[in-house]
Design a binder for this molecule. Structure first.
Ligand SMILES: Nc1ncnc2c1ncn2[C@@H]1O[C@H](COP(=O)(O)OP(=O)(O)O)[C@@H](O)[C@H]1O
Ligand SMILES: [Mg+2]
Length: 365
């Protein structure tokens, strides 16, 4: 059997270890059957950390001095990590196989990371309910039902959604053969519905966790520019579908904040901007440092918000006068809560029919 045949077998095995707790080491063990190497590393880039490894000899990406092969891990057009193997005599064949390997596992890894975040949310949610449970038995009963329901729907909704998003990406990238224009358009529609659905599921989960008092800050240092790029990439298909022009002005600075929540703030504001802007409209994002604060502005020239609604929209389930599709009415309530957790502020400038500008101010550390 030659190396490429061995590699085909490896690819089939990847999907089997997907749910394995030791996924991180197992993928390297599988790769070892095809390529000979000593240590394997998967580093995440923003915030930088060593995430998975096999026989690690260093902890830092810059400390690798041996001969190595290195490839980027890419998800939705952004580089989120690097996979590196060291200590082998690598041939050209090895390099080619390693490149395909990196691109195949990128999706699985990002997906596992997302699933982990959701699992953490559920755990914290259950913990929050457990504490509330001590108070009254009646609350306990209804909370149990709610918690069970939430764990259930998350799992049940996320699993098919992962397939929908993953496979539409595979089709779109034409891994399974060329698509004609109509097919491309339909695949894109499937993907967009998937992204919208994912957004709503995340909003429901976040709100439940806030209500349970189980939302904590997990601060790390990261690049604002990279975080914004990642969020923009996620909503890019929505922007393209509505043919919306997008502009950005971003100071390249680092802040210490909760990366996941920072992303969610961006996704909620950008998601709203896209939702409430007409096809062909404009959206802009500005991110600058002013003294000890980061000022983040998301602006659109869409439908705008009447003065008398501008306070209300930050409340739960509040959807203004014209509830839109793909809406839970929770996005801004969650956004406000996340901003508050960072000791920041959020406000809106708008006039009906003249677009809206949301301004977030949070301390850089
Ligand atoms: N960029 C925007 N332009 C116009 N209206 C907006 C914008 N962002 C939010 N809104 C209004 O605020 C309401 C609440 O927003 P949100 O809490 O994100 O809920 P949802 O997006 O699920 O409706 C929206 O339903 C809409 O009426
Ligand atoms: Mg919203």
């Amino acid at each position: 059997m030659n190396k490429y045949e061995q590699f085909t077998i490896l690819v089939k095995q990847i999907s089997k270890i997907y749910n394995d707790e030791k996924f991180g080491t197992k993928i390297f063990e599988l790769l070892k059957d095809v390529i000979d190497f000593k240590s394997g590393y998967i580093f995440f880039l923003n915030p930088e950390r060593l995430e998975y490894s096999l026989n690690p000899e260093v902890n830092n990406i810059d400390d690798i001095s041996e001969s190595y092969l290195k490839e980027n891990l890419i998800f939705k057009n952004s580089i989120f990590g690097q996979i590196i193997i060291t200590g082998g005599q690598f041939t050209r064949e090895d390099k080619e196989i390693f490149l395909s390997f990196a691109s195949i596992i990128s999706n699985s890894i990002k997906d596992i990371e997302l699933t982990k975040v959701i699992k953490m949310q559920i755990d914290a949610l259950q913990q929050g309910y457990f504490e509330a449970d001590k108070k009254t038995k009646k609350i306990k009963k209804s909370d149990e039902i709610k918690t069970k329901f939430l764990s259930h729907i998350t799992h049940e909704l996320r699993t098919p959604l992962n397939s929908i998003l993953g496979f539409s990406e595979l089709l779109e990238n034409e891994f399974a053969g060329k698509l004609n224009n109509k097919q491309k358009e339909y695949v894109n529609d499937i993907k967009i519905s998937g992204i919208n659905l994912l957004g709503m599921i995340n909003e429901i989960l976040d709100m439940s966790k806030i209500e349970a008092g189980a939302m904590n800050l997990n601060k790390t240092k990261f690049s604002v520019q990279a975080a914004i790029e990642e969020a923009v990439n996620i909503i890019l298909p929505l922007l393209m579908k509505k043919n919306i022009k997008f502009e950005q002005t971003i100071d390249d600075i680092e802040i210490i904040a909760d990366y996941q929540k920072f992303q969610q703030i961006l996704l909620n504001l950008l998601g709203n901007a896209v939702k409430f802007t007409q096809p062909g409209g404009n959206i802009g994002i500005i991110s600058v440092k002013e003294g000890k604060n980061l000022i983040l502005k998301v602006k659109d020239n869409g439908s705008g918000i009447e003065k008398n609604l501008q306070k209300k929209i930050f409340r739960r389930f509040e959807q203004g006068n014209k509830p839109a599709a793909n809406s839970t009415g929770l996005g801004l309530a969650i956004t406000k809560e996340f901003v508050k957790m960072h000791k920041g502020k959020i406000k809106v400038n708008s006039e009906a029919g003249k677009g809206a500008e949301f301004i977030v101010t949070i301390p850089v550390e």
